[in-house]
Design a protein around this ligand. Structure first.
Ligand SMILES: [Zn+2]
Length: 265
């Protein structure tokens, strides 16, 4: 198995994995989306809500706010020593007190836990008018996308990379030539017999010329042995942390499986 990072920033990452099967790729995707733990608000206790929105709607919006957190600092409530009752190891309290007029933003929530902060400060929660107030205490905890979409760590997609080969000798007709030159951004005058394209964007574009070009002049092949993943974080974790966590989860599953096998003997 060979893994290669193709592009990466705080929110999105693309990487290729060689020598895996389609079911494994699918499982990796599913684990990243559904099983990686993230932090989100689960309970909101309203002290005051004079806004136009009812408590449930405001609570729902608060739940959708992605929160940063220290991956090693918290337990899932159901796995915590407190038995899920709630303690510093499985819960974080956030408090908000705001008076109108003005928009209440995610950044108006205050907490003593330095690691837990909204990923984006300017997520609007609700608008308050003159003399209106919003006050609540909220409890954030770890969860997974399997339990509720608000804990989903990332949006993940994958595809097999495509190689497009253009037989330049067969690309003679004007419309076809023009299309190929436009999409490949290459002049066919100095091109060799074949142009091979592996860049996915260019490959997709060139395939649009297939209909106006002679048959067999443009050939496309998908490499079914290689999977290119795209991971877009929708949580407080960076894409790299999500991939790492997914790896740890899969490893743990395999070790449980191995132990169970041992018991059979
Ligand atoms: Zn606890």
């Amino acid at each position: 198995m060979k893994i290669q990072i193709l592009t990466k920033d705080d929110k999105e990452m693309s990487f290729s994995v060689e020598d895996i099967t389609s079911p494994f790729a699918n499982e990796l995707r599913r684990v990243m989306m559904q099983e990686v733990r993230t932090m989100a608000v689960e309970w909101v206790d309203f002290r005051k809500n004079d806004s136009a929105l009812p408590d449930e709607l405001v609570a729902n919006r608060i739940g959708q706010i992605p929160l940063t957190f220290d991956k090693k600092a918290y337990n899932l409530p159901e796995e915590c020593e407190c038995g899920g009752k709630g303690c510093v190891n499985c819960q974080v309290e956030l408090v908000l007190k705001k008076k109108g007029p003005g928009v209440v933003y995610a950044s108006d929530m205050k907490t003593k836990a330095k690691d837990v902060q909204p990923v984006f400060d300017k997520i609007p929660i609700v608008e308050l008018f003159e003399n209106q107030e919003l006050q609540f205490e909220a409890i954030a905890q770890l969860g997974t996308g399997k339990k509720h979409v608000k804990w989903q760590a990332a949006i993940v997609g994958y595809r097999n990379p495509q190689t497009v080969t253009i037989d330049t000798k067969k690309v003679e007709e004007e419309a076809c030539r023009k299309a190929v030159e436009k999409y490949t951004r290459k002049s066919l005058k100095d091109a060799k017999d074949k142009i091979v394209i592996t860049d996915p964007q260019t490959a997709n574009l060139v395939m649009q010329a297939v209909d106006i070009c002679p048959p067999d002049s443009i050939k496309s092949e998908f490499n079914e042995n290689v999977f290119v993943f795209n991971v877009e974080s929708v949580s407080g974790l960076e894409p790299e942390q999500i991939v790492e966590s997914a790896g740890e989860i899969l490893e743990k599953k395999m070790s449980i499986f191995e132990k169970s096998l041992g018991k059979l003997k």
